[in-house]
Ligand binder design. Structure first.
Ligand code: PLP
Length: 389
């Protein structure tokens, strides 16, 4: 078997040391008695779920969270034994499957709990109760519903409530009033529950980073674990340096001199004003390098150079300042020398948030996992083979 399970010159590097440092700094910030739930949904925000989950657990996380049941089962199949919480809505008919895999689900309504109980046959189901304090996405909203939940639990010993949580809508914004309203509402709604025996959590990265106390006994750490800030708004409130884990690289596959007046790419929108060296980069919108990134810069030999013309499905062209040999490394996200292109810069260009950028880099881009600068593992879902060193 090859130790290089991919044959293209484009790859993402995931720095597992950075993930570990972010987790361990967050652990110090929230305190020893507060559990850190590593949020690894969506293939760990595009970083690679198994590798990220392992790094987070090694660095002090005690629990994993994903968005859908399939993600949880995939982690179980990869051998993870840690508690896994599914944050999203799982159809209640799959409660038995979740129980079979020892996956904790989110109980988000009275009806859901009743239905889930009906579908449980052999095993008890662990779940966290979601209370809605202002996001209006999932969760029970009223004192009355909380009482109904308690009654259902009394009647259904197969439903095991292991936690309670809520989610903030504005934790990453400077203005705190809505956030504080949700925080107070959370305390009111959970008051009748047997809190001593429960995992109680409200904070995502933004709230967890900003708060100095009030974590209850767990924090859900997502974007911050990847070394990205939840928003520009709260940059000055982040208590330690976040280390970005994700960088994206490729190489020049073809380099040519075009003459003044010649055009580049679909639509011939770019026309050379003088004789110009053009490099072809084998990355396109099917890799998540979206068409809207036309005209942005990439790094070649430590210099910022502009994308020339439209981005194609699998390739784009770059306007070079001189001739470079094919095979020259280019960096789309990350550092070369003194120049740095951050995930936030790309997000700004795409008029979106950093969360969306790393999720969008598709599974066609192989992930290379590094620790302390050396390659630990390569992963390419296309060829379904992992090579560990
Ligand atoms: C995704 C998610 C998180 C993680 O949020 P970050 O801002 O990435 O820390 C936490 N809680 C819930 C319910 C989520 O869906």
């Amino acid at each position: 078997m090859s130790t290089k399970p991919f044959y293209r010159d484009t790859w993402a590097e995931i720095d597992l040391s950075a993930i570990k440092e972010n987790v361990s700094n967050m652990k110090k910030h929230i305190g020893e008695h507060v559990q850190l739930i590593a949020v690894v949904k969506a293939n760990a925000y595009g970083h690679g779920d198994a590798e990220t989950a392992q790094a987070a657990l090694d660095a002090g996380a005690s629990c994993l969270a994903v968005a859908i049941l399939d993600e949880a089962i995939s982690l179980r199949n990869k051998g993870f034994k840690a508690p896994i919480l599914v944050l999203g809505a799982v159809p209640p008919e799959y409660a038995e499957i979740a129980a079979e895999y020892d996956v904790t689900l989110t109980g988000y309504s009275v009806e859901w709990l009743q239905e889930a109980a009906r579908h449980l046959k052999k095993r008890p189901l662990h779940f966290h109760l979601k209370v809605d304090t202002g996001m209006n996405r999932l969760g029970v909203k009223s004192e009355e519903e909380v009482q109904n939940v308690l009654a259902i639990l009394d009647r259904n010993p197969s439903l095991k409530c292991k936690g309670v949580f809520t989610h903030f809508a504005t934790a990453d914004e400077k203005e705190r009033s809505y956030f504080l309203m949700q925080f107070e509402r959370f305390k009111e709604l959970i008051a009748p529950l047997p809190l001593k025996n429960l995992m109680v959590h409200c904070a995502n990265s933004a709230a967890g980073l900003r708060l100095k106390k009030g974590f209850f006994n767990a924090v859900r750490f997502g974007i911050g674990m990847y070394g990205l800030r939840p928003s520009a708004d709260i940059t000055d409130e982040i208590p330690f340096q976040l280390l970005p884990a994700f960088t994206l690289h490729s190489t020049l596959s073809h380099v040519k001199l075009i003459r003044k007046g010649e055009s580049v790419s679909y639509g011939a929108e770019y026309t050379a004003e003088k004789d110009t060296w053009i490099g072809t980069v084998p990355v396109g919108y099917a890799d998540g390098w979206l068409r809207k990134l036309k005209g942005t810069e990439i790094l070649v030999k430590g210099k910022r150079l502009k994308i020339a013309g439209r981005i194609c499905m699998d390739q784009f062209m770059v306007e070079l300042d001189q001739e470079y040999p094919p095979g020259t490394k280019v960096t789309l996200i990350g550092r070369q020398g003194d120049e740095y292109i951050s995930m936030d810069e790309i997000a700004g260009r795409l008029e979106t948030i950093n969360y969306e950028v790393s999720c969008t880099i598709s599974s066609r881009v192989p992930r290379m996992f590094l620790e302390n600068g050396s390659i630990m593992e390569l992963r390419n879902p296309l060829l379904q083979e992992n090579a560990s060193k």
